[in-house]
Design a protein around this ligand. Structure first.
Ligand SMILES: NC(=O)c1ccc[n+]([C@@H]2O[C@H](COP(=O)([O-])OP(=O)(O)OC[C@H]3O[C@@H](n4cnc5c(N)ncnc54)[C@H](O)[C@@H]3O)[C@@H](O)[C@H]2O)c1
Ligand SMILES: [Zn+2]
Ligand SMILES: [Zn+2]
Length: 378
């Protein structure tokens, strides 16, 4: 049976978000239904609010969520009603060649169906407007009091979960945490003794630092344009922080890394032409330049000197999310042993009705770490 709940529905860049009643059907086979605890406000959402999203409006917004399972669909053996869970923003179909070969972060049906069309893998809609018309979801479609999700994206908090990290705060692991995990351990392959440069110190950048330190990096240097963000980086374990707009930034970064050659791994969490260029300049011979930032546009970046790029054997790698079934349990385990504290990442909490204010604050550079939008009160 469908239930009526409240959702944040995006009506296009000119109209923004509206809090509206929506109907959510029961979970189909392979899905669960959950009650939203919280949804993190990610900069990717700001890009979408400005009209750079893929799913046509109207659609239910939000992609970084945690909640409690209220119903379990057929064929889902691993989850039960009452489980406290976090959802990965990348939702593998579980059935395509990439998913079957262990590269579910490259899942095609996720990109075509959930991320572009805003529908289930079978083409049906997960939500409807009160008049019965089908309603798309932007990927997860997380900003709803209740929602259904494929179980391939749903992870129970482990038994040894720290008691001082609330289910609400765990939401930030679904995107910021997962993205950082993929950049550090997947594309970056950060290992003991390496020197790491983190460009950008927002929700993703702070998690990158904590996970790089946990991976044994000997020096982690971080940049940002805001002093509060740099202070947060030091709190997350960065050994040094540098203003990215300092004219002497490159020299200061090299000095702080303790290596005139640059960083073994540079992780650019911003992804603009300027930061990609800076990242390439600051990578050591044989270094990896990982770009996880989406920049907000789809513009070009330049390799300033191809000869230098080749002779220095640099690797430029795009990093998108992580492999959920492999990496989410490892990320949750890292949190359980204190390597990353989601609660320290969350600096502000907004009521569900104030979702637009959360994104306004983020877009205006007023959020350090992450802002959470709490699930609507029942
Ligand atoms: N690849 C993925 O899987 C993935 C997942 C989530 C988010 N993203 C993208 O990652 C980016 C970061 O997301 P977020 O939620 O951490 O953003 P955020 O708003 O929390 O943080 C961004 C930070 O970057 C800083 N900054 C801006 N320009 C800078 C520059 N030139 N040099 C240094 N710092 C700079 C800002 O001051 C801010 O502190 C966004 O583009 C987002 O769309 C990618
Ligand atoms: Zn995100
Ligand atoms: Zn797939």
């Amino acid at each position: 049976m469908s239930i009526r709940t409240t959702a944040a529905v995006f009506h296009g860049a000119d109209q923004g978000l509206r809090i509206e009643p929506v109907d959510v059907g029961p979970p189909v086979a392979g899905e669960v239904r959950l009650r939203l605890a919280a949804c993190g406000a990610c900069l990717s959402d700001v890009h979408k609010l400005r009209g750079h999203g893929l799913v046509a409006p109207p659609h239910v917004f939000g992609h970084e969520i945690s909640g409690t399972i209220t119903q379990v669909g057929d064929g889902v053996g691993s989850l039960a009603v009452g489980d406290r869970v976090v959802c990965t923003f990348l939702v593998p179909c579980g059935d395509c060649d990439r998913c079957r070969s262990g590269a579910s972060d490259e899942c095609g049906p996720f990109r075509t169906h959930l991320q572009r069309e805003g529908v289930r893998f079978d083409g049906s809609h997960r939500m409807a407007l009160p008049d019965g018309s089908p309603l798309r979801t932007s990927g997860v479609g997380g900003l709803a009091g209740e929602l259904t999700m494929p179980a391939t994206a749903v992870y129970q908090l482990p038994a040894d979960w720290p008691s001082d990290v609330s289910l609400e705060d765990a939401a930030v692991l679904g995107c910021a945490g997962l993205t950082a995990y993929g950049a550090v351990h997947g594309a970056g392959g950060v290992s003991r003794g390496q020197r790491v440069l983190v460009i950008g110190s927002g929700g993703v950048g702070l998690c990158v630092t904590a996970l790089a330190v946990d991976a044994g990096a000997v020096r982690v240097v971080a940049t940002d344009l805001r002093d509060e963000a740099l202070a947060a980086q030091r709190d997350f374990g960065a050994h040094a922080t540098i203003r990215g707009d300092d004219p002497e930034a490159a020299a200061r970064v090299r000095e702080a890394l303790g290596s005139p050659d640059g960083a073994d791994v540079v992780i650019d969490t911003i992804g603009t032409p300027a930061t990609v260029s800076q990242a390439l300049q600051l990578a050591a011979v044989g270094g990896r330049v990982v770009v996880s930032g989406l920049g907000g546009t789809s513009g070009p970046a330049t390799i300033d000197d191809i000869t230098v790029f080749v002779r220095r054997k640099l690797r430029l790698i795009g990093s998108y999310a992580a492999v959920p079934s492999r990496d989410m349990p490892r990320l949750l385990e890292a949190v359980a042993r204190g390597a990353l504290d989601p609660s320290r990442l969350v600096s502000r909490r907004f009521a569900f009705e104030d979702v637009a204010a959360a994104y306004d604050a983020l877009a205006n550079g007023l959020i350090t770490g992450r802002a959470l939008v709490l699930g609507p009160s029942a």
